[in-house]
Design a protein around this ligand. Structure first.
Ligand SMILES: *[C@@H]1O[C@H](CO)[C@@H](O)[C@H](O)[C@H]1NC(C)=O
Ligand SMILES: *[C@@H]1O[C@H](CO)[C@@H](O)[C@H](O)[C@H]1NC(C)=O
Ligand SMILES: *[C@@H]1O[C@H](CO)[C@@H](O)[C@H](O)[C@H]1NC(C)=O
Ligand SMILES: *[C@@H]1O[C@H](CO)[C@@H](O)[C@H](O)[C@H]1NC(C)=O
Length: 188
């Protein structure tokens, strides 16, 4: 009888003692949403990209010329640096929404195709200062081209999506072009 009593006493004591020690250090609860991400949004944008190669204020400049004269029809090897205006309408004077800054290189010996690496830097409204990054292949003389959106900043954190590009106008003397961009992007 005494033995049972002592065992009971020890059990009660050890449980009280453990409770007093508090939460064990090997266990910690983690917030489900540590970065306080809100719901994911799907956004769609449409704007016009102006690549101006001639005149006194070109927005695209060749920084590396084509490497040889065998593939001049596709300008294979050429690299252009760009700071192209993005506007609401196709006309050059229409509302400026931001700029496309980056570069494109001519990557094909069979057709005119670009590797594009550019950031859309928005400068309007709540998107001012936010960016989207596009990296992809652009066979410019095909009617519809698609390139991935691989990231973003500001309001476009965690962005992923795609752009569809189609040429609105092309000047075959200067190489300047206006291209319509339709952008679908998921972001938080
Ligand atoms: C291409 O380059 C080679 C070597 O520089 C030269 O001999 C040749 O004449 C060039 N061809 C053309 C069509 O310019
Ligand atoms: C965008 O942000 C820049 C820098 O913060 C500021 O100078 C500019 O006035 C802003 N533009 C608009 C349209 O809000
Ligand atoms: C996401 O969508 C909600 C609801 O339409 C909106 O209130 C919020 O501003 C959007 N967030 C961004 C970053 O656009
Ligand atoms: C340039 O475009 C004009 C009008 O579309 C066309 O008549 C001309 O043949 C083209 N020139 C070249 C070199 O492709």
């Amino acid at each position: 009888m005494a033995k049972i009593f002592i065992t009971l006493l020890l059990t009660v004591f050890s449980q009280t003692f453990l409770a007093a020690v508090g939460d064990p250090t090997f266990l910690k609860s983690i917030k489900l949403n540590p970065m306080n991400l809100k719901t994911e949004n799907l956004s769609h944008f449409r704007f016009y990209w102006h690549d101006i190669l001639s005149g006194s204020n070109p927005t695209a400049v060749t920084v590396v010329p084509p490497t040889n004269n065998i593939t001049t029809t596709t300008a294979f090897g050429q690299i252009n640096m760009i700071d192209d205006p993005l506007t609401e309408k196709p006309e050059a004077g229409s509302k400026l929404l931001g700029r496309a800054q980056g570069f494109y290189g001519l990557i094909s010996q069979e057709e005119v195709a670009l590797l594009m690496a550019m950031n859309f830097v928005f400068s309007t409204g709540k998107y001012n200062g936010s960016t989207l990054t596009v990296l992809g292949r652009n066979p410019v003389f095909q009617k519809a081209r698609e390139m991935p959106v691989i990231g973003g900043s500001g309001l476009f954190r965690f962005a992923r999506g795609y752009v569809q590009a189609s040429t609105y106008s092309f000047d075959n003397k200067t190489g300047s072009a206006v291209v319509e961009y339709s952008v679908h992007v998921l972001h938080f």
